[in-house]
Design a protein around this ligand. Structure first.
Ligand code: ATP
Ligand code: MG
Ligand code: MG
Length: 348
């Protein structure tokens, strides 16, 4: 059988490993941290840094294809791996999504709507950006942000100084605040043969920049759901993408606005584990292993709730609820803001 290499051993790598095992495939996880959640379930784990070229070489040589659970992998590590084995999804998807400015320019090039935005690299360009974008606005670092980290909200231009400090003067983008009706996301998959399959859009609620719940079906008209799926397919086709992608969207009176894309399985797609015959993790493994995509049709209504930090204390109670499917990540330390698991509440 073949072996899938996975860069990153967090919960996404863990759930990818479980899906691969179900298909009779092995996984080899590469992660710098000891005791990575994916390490508990993978066939093999390498604990090494992304600057350890010998470890990267050995990792790549031991697998048939390499995928990843996060987009911020250093370029040199990717170059090294790619000289040995294919990386799926491919480099273009990583290049575009590693940098918010590159990503927004790419989406605009495709004719898609994004929030009004401007590049910021110093206090002067921030002042100019506030002129053109206006307030309220959000300053976001171009790279490395997730779960709302590396972001500062500005209700008025006089907050420029503290916002610039909050992002530590890192290269950033200023985004106009989008007055959305709701947030939805499309989890889309594209196979090696170019076939595209999208899961039903889910409706997302964030708290403090972190995803709290995803609900399917989303409370949007069918035409909006169709638009969302078609828009996602355009993004995947433009990138000649192979694998699963998360496309985060704002639903506004003027149509859909793309917030951001993630070239990987996505937290807002966890509902598929209990709502579909083939979930996002299996779909991703199928795509990167060159299998046909599976049946992603939704067969139930689902509310996915993240268990963040202390929420994990509710597990004994949730375990006694009917229709609740628990997915726990095996993380020891329930720090505030840390994703410890999720529960899918299913209604057929
Ligand atoms: P992740 O990658 O974990 O989804 P992130 O750190 O990349 O998060 P964003 O998706 O940029 O963060 O923002 C997090 C949330 O903040 C969004 O889902 C949305 O609720 C809100 N938000 C971000 N940008 C805007 C915007 N321009 N207008 C309105 N709300 C926004
Ligand atoms: Mg993001
Ligand atoms: Mg986001």
């Amino acid at each position: 059988g073949s072996t899938i290499g996975i860069l990153g051993g967090g919960q996404l790598g863990r759930m990818l490993s479980v899906a691969a095992a179900r298909l009779g495939l092995r996984t080899h996880v590469f992660d710098p941290g000891a005791d990575a959640p994916a390490g508990h379930v993978a066939h093999k784990v390498t604990t090494a840094g992304y600057d350890d070229l010998a470890a990267l070489d050995a990792f790549a040589e031991s697998v048939d294809v390499v995928t990843y659970e996060f987009e911020n992998i250093p370029t040199e590590a990717l170059d090294r791996i790619e000289s040995i084995r294919p990386i799926r999804p491919g480099r273009e998807a990583l290049r575009v999504s590693q940098d918010r400015a590159t990503e927004k320019a790419f989406l605009e090039e495709l004719g898609l709507k994004v929030a009004p935005w401007a590049e910021v690299h110093d206090p002067d360009s921030l002042a100019a950006a506030l002129e053109s974008v206006g307030t309220p606005a959000i300053l976001k670092t171009r790279r490395f942000g997730y779960d709302g980290k590396g972001q500062a909200r500005l209700s008025a231009p006089d907050a420029a100084g503290s916002a610039w400090e909050a992002v530590s003067g890192a290269p950033s983008v200023l985004e106009g605040f989008v007055d959305f009706r709701c947030e939805i996301s499309v989890i889309a998959a594209r196979g090696l043969d170019g076939a595209v399959s999208c899961f039903d859009p889910g409706e997302n609620v964030h708290e403090g920049g972190i995803l709290r719940t995803t609900t399917v079906p989303a409370s949007v008209p069918g035409s909006v759901a169709t638009d969302a799926v078609l828009l996602a397919a355009r993004i995947l086709n433009a990138l000649d993408y192979v694998g699963v992608m998360g496309v985060e969207l704002f639903v506004t009176d003027a149509g859909l606005v793309v917030n951001e894309i993630a070239p990987r399985v996505h937290n807002s797609g966890h509902w598929t584990q209990n709502g579909c015959t083939v979930d996002q993790f299996e779909q991703h493994i199928r795509a990167v292993a060159g299998w046909p995509l599976g049946d992603g049709q939704r067969h139930a209504d689902v509310v996915m709730e993240n268990l963040i930090g202390d929420d994990i204390d509710a597990v004994p109670r949730i375990a006694g609820e009917s229709d609740a499917a628990l997915h726990l990540y095996g993380k020891g330390d329930a720090r505030p803001g840390r994703k410890m698991g999720h529960v899918n509440r299913v209604r057929r």
